[in-house]
Design a protein around this ligand. Structure first.
Ligand SMILES: Cc1ncc(COP(=O)(O)O)c(C=O)c1O
Length: 385
């Protein structure tokens, strides 16, 4: 046996990798499992996006490496999208960098910035890669609690001065996974000022900005005047345009961070497949009308879950955005893992215990809406029974 690197001592299997193993065992034993765990959209991108991918895949000239910084047209399509959607001006040469899905970029950002002893400020509960990237890079996460009484926004005044002095990165994510909380632009303004004061790179992760309901339109942190001095935003096509399997996202904003992470990544990957870059250009510059219908589908599912869970005594807020519902567990259960395990083992429903997202997620579960409406109905019937 060859001894693994010391850094592997902080590496744990990703939460869904562990869960999938148990689901596979139950399925092998004949159980019908309804998966409401991972936020993987069941719906495909609209036809004209797939058509672009297919056309490019059939073009023999499109099978070389995609380029470390992607094509000029790819980068420009993000500048156009941000101008139209957020009224944000981006330099497509210096302020846009492709990622092989935003997860990859989030992970590598930690490696570009953190030394042992450096802190990254991480929301708790939060997307697990903020913590995993920090720890594997040798840094230390400082957990900022997301509490319902604070509208799921970190209390900046609660971060100790000695931690701030050693902090280099702050992770934020609104619309939020897993709490479904949203942040007004005024909160982003406060955070930009705060990060400038403390010289911390503000990393805003914005994959759910196209997943608003009932007219809610999520902002970008880059809308804040002067934000590019201190902030980057991660954008992903996974949930915005149902392109999770294509693995495409970008980091946008602060040009020094974009340059540094780009240089690091040039040693790691060689850019996204050109066909996927082309499909992305079509997704961002083509007709966006289909997203409205897609959100109506999620909304129907959201309402089914809200009604179904409230009927069994779960307290929850109706989400304004994201593809999740975040609900308190019924009072007869002690922990979120206990209820999740009961639902999986006895009812064949797989959802994510809130504790998988951090200590402050305890007492909650996250339900993903990326499963067919029929199966979601069936899951709610099983829970009611
Ligand atoms: C908050 C957040 N950030 C990033 C990601 C990763 O997205 P991608 O598919 O672009 O890697 C997810 C995926 O669920 C997420 O919820």
């Amino acid at each position: 046996m060859i001894t693994p690197a010391q850094r592997m001592s902080v590496v744990k299997p990703y939460v869904f990798a562990k869960m999938n193993k148990r689901k596979d065992e139950l399925k092998a034993g004949g159980m019908d499992i309804i998966a409401l765990d991972m936020g993987s959209p069941d719906l495909p991108p609209t036809d004209f996006i797939v058509d672009t991918l297919v056309t490019s895949a059939r073009n023999p000239n499109k099978h070389g490496y995609g380029g470390f910084t992607g094509s000029a047209a790819f980068r420009k399509s993000f500048a156009q999208y941000y101008a139209r959607r957020f009224n944000v001006k981006l330099d497509a040469e210096k302020e846009v960098l492709p990622l092989l899905g935003s997860k990859e970029g989030i992970y590598h950002t930690a490696f570009a910035y953190l030394n042992p002893g450096d802190y990254a400020l991480v929301p708790d509960p939060g997307y697990p890669t903020y913590t995993a990237g920090t720890e594997i890079a040798g840094g230390t996460p400082y957990f900022m609690p997301l509490l319902k009484e604070n509208n799921w926004l970190p209390d900046l005044n609660a971060i100790p001065a000695n931690v701030l002095a050693k902090s280099k990165l702050m992770w934020l994510n609104y619309p939020n996974n897993p709490t479904t909380g949203t942040a007004p632009l005024s909160y982003f303004e406060q955070v930009v000022t705060f990060c400038k004061q403390h010289n911390i790179l503000l990393c805003h992760d914005n994959p759910y900005c196209e997943n608003g309901y009932d007219g809610y339109i999520a902002p970008s942190v880059l809308q804040v005047q002067g934000s590019k001095d201190i902030a980057v935003e991660f954008f992903s096509l996974s949930k915005s345009h149902n392109m999770a399997g294509m693995r495409v996202g970008v980091i946008l904003g602060n040009s020094e961070a974009v340059r540094l992470i780009g240089m690091l990544k040039s040693n790691v990957d060689s850019g996204p497949f050109i066909g996927i870059q082309d499909a992305t250009i079509t997704a961002l510059t083509g007709d966006q009308e289909w997203l409205y219908d897609r959100q109506e589908t999620y909304k129907e599912r959201r309402d089914l879950v809200v009604t179904g869970l409230r009927a069994v005594g779960c307290e929850l807020d109706v989400p304004q955005a994201t593809i999740y519902v975040w609900a308190r567990i019924p009072s007869q259960y002690n922990t979120s893992a206990e209820w999740a395990e009961y639902l999986l083992e006895k009812k064949g429903i797989s959802l994510t215990p809130g504790s998988a997202f951090g200590a402050h997620g305890e007492g909650y579960v996250r339900i993903s809406l990326g499963t067919s409406t029929k199966r979601i109905k069936e899951a709610m019937d099983r829970i009611a029974s």
